[in-house]
Design a protein around this ligand. Sequence first.
Ligand SMILES: CC(C)(COP(=O)(O)OP(=O)(O)OC[C@H]1O[C@@H](n2cnc3c(N)ncnc32)[C@H](O)[C@@H]1OP(=O)(O)O)[C@@H](O)C(=O)NCCC(=O)NCCS
Length: 386
Amino acid sequence: MPPRVNVRFVRKEDIEAIHYILTRPEVMWGTLQFPSRRLPSLNRMVESSEDGFSLVAELAEGPEKGRVVGNAGMQRGVGRKRHVAGLGISVDPAYHGQGIGTALMEACLDTARRWWSPLRMELDVYPDNERAVALYRKFGFEVEGRKRGVAIRQGKYVDTLVMSRIELAGSGPSESQQAEVEATASEASEANGQDGESNVPGPAKEAREMGPGAGRERLEGEVRPPVPAGAPNIRKLYENPGVLRQSSFLPWNVPTVEKIAEDLEKAIDRHTFVWTSKESVYGEVTLIPGRFRMARMATVSLLCIPPDTCYIARTVARDLLRAVVDLADNWLGFHRLEMETYTDELWLFDILERMGFRQEARLRKASLRDGVFEDRLVWARISESW
Ligand SMILES: CC(C)(COP(=O)(O)OP(=O)(O)OC[C@H]1O[C@@H](n2cnc3c(N)ncnc32)[C@H](O)[C@@H]1OP(=O)(O)O)[C@@H](O)C(=O)NCCC(=O)NCCS
């Protein structure tokens, strides 16, 4: 007989039991937990927040009545990802396969539905974690793609599946829509593949462009790390309508000059380059290293004025990506670089492909842009030396 459990919101006194569960070898195998995880780092689970909640499952009967045997939590996104909720779940290995994960999932989805109403619920799972994949499928989650070599597990780099559940019936992209994007991407690739450029990373000294604006005077520019005094020009880049559209900023909440300057001075774990000419900034790329078991990967954020208003857009994007790939491959040693784009940023696709990025997943309805829930594409580059 499977044990009966009560599922309730977490309390301070549950933290020790949750720490015990999270540091079991079977749980570390299925999650991103690690053996040196310190108990106080879990205290934030009990701090109340409108954007996250944690639940526990406790035994409802028997000699161990009240024992916490599982926990689960959800976190809501910010800004344009406010409609997205991420989910995590762990059960004491002594109780695996006895319906406790199911009880926690039911409670999580019910709480989220009643109090947040997320459009998209998402999670990452290792492909060989069959019990977890089965649990998520049972609750309507579908696989959207496979990220290569995201995290380390017992000394080996492993892939993850991206799974999501979309709340509006029939709102997911059809396979034909997906095929359409892929076809257009390879067409863009062919159309742009005639300039014979190599993808050997290295900073560019000169801007050239074959598209609209060809024949104009060449614009000299360089890729370099920004200085705090350049913050006003970076702010101008962020305010550009084309940049705003492809960024994660909300129009009324674009970082101020002071905030940009402060980040440039203090956020030393981030690596930023700008493409600049005569003090104007045409593009920016930032590399954000992953943490703990994802420490060998980094997320790339690229912001460029798009080609419809900037004739050197392709050069800018290519130079910035080269600089960041060089940094990752030759100086910082990241195995995996990951980047997201909207599906309509077609002009970037062949540049990404020539830098060795591959499309790995299509995240359905992952971002709200100008009143429309848009899909996002996940691109990743695995280093050759891996
Ligand atoms: C994944 C996990 C949360 C599932 O919780 P659980 O209590 O073991 O799951 P349940 O007993 O509710 O089973 C859920 C479903 O998994 C499937 N399942 C159960 N045992 C299975 C097994 N041995 N192999 C494959 N699928 C299995 C069944 O479809 C089951 O649904 P059903 O009982 O309606 O048929 C739990 O095993 C766990 O904590 N694992 C380690 C941490 C982890 O991997 N977390 C998930 C990270 S993404």
